[in-house]
Design a binder for this molecule. Structure first.
Ligand code: AMP
Length: 255
């Protein structure tokens, strides 16, 4: 399974991604986490990203595209992954499409956590205040003004991705304001649907084993009927083609 979790900061993408990691053994690829690790380690990428992240701005596309591409190539990503916080711009979505195509991979679903921005801002501010009261370490960008800017960046640059993925028929929207277990169940339903779709799109085996298997399912009789119908259509088509050829010959003769 290869998924994208879409949603503004504080929508619960991280929480849901961690649950999916535990339940399905997928790898969580959070560009925010990767960038924070790079900043901490003082790598050249980290040094480039540090100031922009502290201001709540997006890091240049080429930086994030490169780190995601490298990470996807690692063996632990083979079973599948959840992209959390990437893509965040339309050019990043194009880059992801190209990157996956080159690697012979495809996205199975994009799950958008839909939230009410005003309620979200309140929720985040409350969480920050509680963390401060508990004297927990806050992220540099966990500041109300920076959060407002991160939400604006989401609205301007990331929200248009929903329309992009809708056109690609992989978008599923889930109510992100619902209680966490409800959001999780909604995501599970989306994944079941995506898996069924993926299984149906899988090419049939040349030895007909796939067809034999399909015959055992409830849809089997429908499949057989379709096969018979397509056989009939083929015969009718051939008959028409013969007639056409005959007429064609007659026309030629008349001339
Ligand atoms: P996050 O933890 O996903 O909220 O990301 C924290 C910060 O990292 C963002 O505010 C951006 O500065 C940067 N960042 C994370 N992912 C991306 C991305 N895909 N494109 C650009 N900047 C990103």
């Amino acid at each position: 399974m290869r998924l994208v979790l879409l949603g503004p900061p504080g929508a619960g993408k991280g929480t849901q991604a961690q649950r999916l990691v535990a339940k399905h053994g997928l790898l969580q690829l959070s560009t925010g986490e990767m960038l924070r690790a790079a900043v901490e380690a003082g790598t050249s990428i980290g040094m480039r990203a540090k100031e922009m992240m502290a201001r709540g701005e997006l890091v240049p596309d080429d930086v994030v595209v490169a780190i995601v591409s490298e990470r996807i190539d690692e063996p632990d990503a083979r079973k599948g992954f959840i992209l959390d916080g990437f893509p965040r711009t339309v050019p990043q979505a194009h880059a992801l499409d190209r990157m996956l195509k080159e690697k012979g991979l495809k996205l199975d679903a994009v799950i958008e956590l839909k939230v009410d921005e005003a309620a979200l801002l309140k929720r985040i501010k409350k969480r920050v205040a509680e963390m401060k009261a508990r004297r927990e370490t806050l992220r540099e960008d966990d500041d109300p003004e920076v959060l407002r800017r991160r939400l604006l960046a989401y609205r301007d640059q990331t929200a248009p991705l929903a329309a992009y993925y809708q056109l690609e028929s992989v978008l599923h929207s889930v109510d992100g304001m619902a209680p966490i277990p409800q959001v999780s169940s909604a995501i599970d339903r989306v994944l079941r649907e995506a898996l069924t779709k993926k299984a149906a799109a899988r090419p049939r085996r040349a030895d007909g084993a796939g067809r034999a298997q399909a015959g055992k399912t409830a849809k089997g009789s429908k499949t057989k009927a379709k096969t018979a119908k397509s056989g009939r259509s083929r015969a009718v088509g051939q008959k028409l083609a013969r007639r056409k050829t005959g007429r064609g010959q007659r026309l030629t003769k008349r001339r």
